[in-house]
Design a protein around this ligand. Structure first.
Ligand code: SAM
Length: 194
């Protein structure tokens, strides 16, 4: 029964604004090709409904659309269908609020937002507990950061805060590509084989 995810409605957002820079200032970061491909494939593998790429920068939106378009239209579409199927999950939006609205339009329910971070807070909820909560039939939107992570203000506004992933050393600063794959597997990975 632990492997029944029929009631799960999970979307993810890769946040490019508001994120922090090295000096702790709020900035808009650049979109990277690698993030789009890797997160899209993980999203497709784990049944994520939509992968939102949130950036208000018009040139970055154009870049994201160019990457997606290359593999979902024309030659790229037939050259690599696996890649196409994953990239088709992406929607480019200005802000996380637009992703929330889009989920709301799809399922007539406001999604609860869930922040991921390498830092623990007194609000952090464990993966195992959240794995259960995710099945309550409500839509959820999981937020991943870029640059030096999601801004404090956005973290405060989120409904949930997931505990960090810890390895076996004090170092836990994973790439967003690795962190998202691990988190999706902890929340949605089958425990009893295929
Ligand atoms: N420039 C970096 C890159 O190339 O991936 C971006 C770093 S960004 C701060 C990494 C994001 O991955 C975080 O905002 C968070 O969403 C997630 N992340 C990284 N390490 C994590 C950890 N130990 N536990 C949970 N999430 C983590």
């Amino acid at each position: 029964l632990d492997d029944d995810f029929s009631t799960v409605d999970l979307s993810i957002a890769l946040v490019h604004y508001p994120v922090l820079n090295k000096n702790g200032e709020t900035i808009a970061s650049a979109v990277t090709n690698l993030d789009l491909h890797d997160l899209a494939r993980s999203a497709k593998t784990y049944g994520v409904k939509t992968f939102y790429v949130a950036t208000p920068l018009v040139d970055q939106q154009q870049l994201a659309r160019k990457i997606i378009g290359h593999w979902t239209e024309g030659y790229g579409k037939t050259y690599n269908p696996d890649r196409r199927d994953a990239l088709e999950l992406i929607k480019v939006v200005d802000y996380v609020a637009d992703a929330v609205d889009d989920v709301c339009n799809r399922c007539s329910q406001v999604p609860e937002t869930v922040v991921t971070s390498a830092r623990k807070t007194d609000r952090s909820i464990g993966f195992e507990r959240f794995r259960g909560i995710l099945r309550d039939g409500k839509p959820y939107l999981l937020l991943f950061g870029t640059a030096w992570g999601i801004s404090e203000e956005m973290i405060r506004q989120a409904d949930w805060f997931l505990e960090p992933i810890y390895g076996t050393t004090a170092y836990n600063h994973l790439s967003v590509r690795a962190a998202s794959a691990i988190i999706l597997d902890r929340l949605l990975g089958r425990k009893n084989g295929g």
